[in-house]
Design a protein around this ligand. Sequence first.
Ligand code: ARG
Length: 461
Amino acid sequence: MSDKKLWSGRFNEPTDAFVEAFTASVEFDQRLYRYDIEGSIAHATMLARAGILSEDERDLIVDGLKQIRQRIEEGQFEWSVELEDVHMNVESQLTTAIGDAGKKLHTGRSRNDQVATDIRLYLRDEIELIRSEILRLQQALLDTAEREAETIMPGFTHLQTAQPVTFGHHLMAWFEMLERDRERLADCNKRVNVMPLGAAALAGTTYPIDRHYTAELLGFDRPSENSLDSVSDRDFAIEFSAAAALIMMHLSRMSEELIIWSSAQFNFVDLSDSFCTGSSIMPQKKNPDVPELVRGKTGRVFGHLVGLLTLMKGQPLAYNKDNQEDKEPLFDTVDNLKGSLKVFADMIPAITCKPENMRRATLQGFATATDLADYLVRKGTPFRDAHEVVGKAVALGVSKGCDLAELSLEELQGFSSQIEEDVFQVLTLEGSVAARDHIGGTAPAQVRAAIGRARQRLGGE
Ligand code: ARG
């Protein structure tokens, strides 16, 4: 009735039923099956080349593993909790299928180096998928930024109107955050793509294995250096989680802005109906659920980072069963990160921008006050004095309920004799943004140049 444990030799009593379920990981680590099988095929291939397995044994093992993979994919594989994890489920069914050759697969390795290898193979694939989702989102931002290179909106500091910026410039700020994220993942992958296999339980193995060959078969950059470190190291998962936390933090900031902008009070953008939901009681509502949920998911991804750090804290070398707890947070991080990036990449092109509302808002907060100060500086006033003069002009505007550009020349000249008719050119929104015309500035020409450079950077991807 029960599947015989692969490690039962020294045991006289059966495992307590609850302990069996408590210690098993198959429920969640079965998602590693493809990597487990890929790793086993490479291991068996290496063992045969090293003369540790016969070629017939290797062929039986490789064919058997491929059949198991197919059975799993067709939903024909029965996972057993008694067999604890994905590794022992696969190995046990292999032996059932091919007999004694199956029992030789585990020669020269341990589940400790096996599981570390599986996770790295898994994460390497996921990093590639995540990087291409980021890229898709970046492309969407570039297209939208290009369309909105001249659209003027208020730029904020402290969420108070600061200076006019272009919407394209704002979107390119998001692009830059994501560019760092994509780079960070590529860098993280350098440490993910190292092969622990061959470390065996902790000390290496007595068989004449060829770790360079196995690493080559699996597309790893190199075998790991130290067997004790190899089976216990989860830095790569923590590093990935930190990169994931940063991405989610960025998405949460974008989410927050989209939520604010789509409120009736701001009304800068309209999110497409397909990314919003209604209220069951208030008929007028169109809620920005997608950005809200992404903002919310950021919390659990941060939590997983701290969870993994805490999992590893104080663990003595080498492998400890604690490490089995690395998978659920890692999988959940990957799933939620991928989902959030996908929904963002789909949502961005469907955003409608409302330039008239953005313009009206920009005209309301004395956004060109700095431009007036810079104008006075150009005419010879020291900046601190100019700041003071403009402050007074703003106070007059506040009391009259009008913008600086709506004050008369006489009124403005009352604050400084250096002000002349040409001041009104400087006080326009277009003049204000166009004047910030250097690399990194908000002038439409600079935004277009930045988009061009960004496209070139992405060109090779
Ligand atoms: N299921 C285990 C894990 O996820 C595999 C390694 C088990 N090794 C051991 N010595 N019990 O970490």
